[in-house]
Design a protein around this ligand. Structure first.
Ligand SMILES: Nc1ncnc2c1ncn2[C@@H]1O[C@H](COP(=O)(O)OP(=O)(O)OP(=O)(O)O)[C@@H](O)[C@H]1O
Length: 271
């Protein structure tokens, strides 16, 4: 894609950055201006959340980073593992729906990206099993999706995104459809994975509480066309856990993020 530079990251000043969007706008063919101008930099290994009202362009930002869509103007850069900025590589995508193939096993679902990439079967099987183990589903490789709970299906979807060992994980409201208890568990498991794997995570959510719990930075977007309303650093003790969820600091951050979101609604603070 012409808007994505392919020069070495060091030359492009991206040494410590995983993603950079500069002056990015997106107007769809139907004339809807979804985004921008939008500027965002994400450091390698950082966990950020994008939060904003429905239709403000959060998914559009992820699609631009993944090169599933091209910007109307501006520059999108994605730094690859080798320090070279390459389009479309090293990215895993997790959607709200797990979208598993119902006719085949959990292992085959996770193996799919490797099969498409031509990875030999035995190697792909081993990597799929390792990815399943990393999300706590080592014992379910031979199960079929219909045998799994909603939370387990989402774990499979996460394993499928991790199996190619991407540097960057894009997550588009992955836990929105889950009950709160399952969501809390998956939040903790995702944080544990992030700590152990060192991925860059860009996480889209509608939940103030989830964004504060998970992220090092919460980027609050304005209503469409989405721009940055606030970029809030969450300086919480690590590792986070239930003590953080019930702490005064957590409540204070949630209020701060809610206040930043408030102009997108009726002008009233949410908390
Ligand atoms: N392919 C498309 N063609 C036309 N308009 C689109 C397309 N994709 C998204 N839009 C519009 O662009 C705007 C931003 O959409 P996007 O899905 O990025 O927002 P979002 O913040 O992720 O929304 P939500 O929180 O409801 O999922 C919306 O008004 C949407 O209707």
């Amino acid at each position: 894609m012409s808007s994505v530079k392919t020069s070495p990251a060091a030359d492009a000043g991206l040494t410590h950055l995983a993603v950079s969007l500069r002056g990015v706008t997106k107007t769809y063919d139907n004339g809807v201006m979804a985004l921008g101008p939008f500027d965002l930099t994400v450091r390698k290994g950082e966990f950020i959340s994008l939060l904003g009202p429905s239709g403000c362009g959060k998914s559009t930002v992820l699609r631009l980073i993944a090169e599933l869509s091209a910007p109307s103007s501006g520059i999108v850069r994605v730094a690859h593992r080798e320090g070279v900025v390459q389009p479309g590589h090293g990215i895993g995508f997790v959607f709200q729906e797990p979208t598993l193939m119902p006719w085949t096993s959990v292992r085959e679902n996770v193996r799919l990206p490797l099969r498409l990439a031509g990875v030999p079967k035995a190697e792909a099987r081993g990597r799929a099993d390792a990815a399943l183990a990393s999300v706590g589903l080592a014992d379910f490789a031979d199960a079929f999706p219909r045998e799994l709970s909603g939370g387990m299906k989402m774990r499979v979807s996460l394993a499928r995104a991790l199996v190619t060992e991407p540097d960057i994980l894009l997550m588009d409201e992955p836990f929105a459809a889950l009950d709160e208890i399952t969501r809390f568990r998956l939040n903790n498991d995702l944080l544990a994975l992030w700590r152990s794997l060192g991925k860059t995570v860009i996480f889209v959510t509608h939940s103030v509480f989830e964004s504060v719990y998970l992220s090092q930075r919460v980027v609050v977007m304005t209503a469409r066309p989405g721009r940055i309303q606030a970029d809030i650093r969450i300086e919480a003790v690590e590792p986070r856990g239930e003590a953080f969820r019930t702490s005064t600091a957590y409540g204070d951050y949630c209020r701060k993020v809610s206040d930043a979101l408030a102009p997108s609604y009726s002008g009233q603070p949410l908390l």
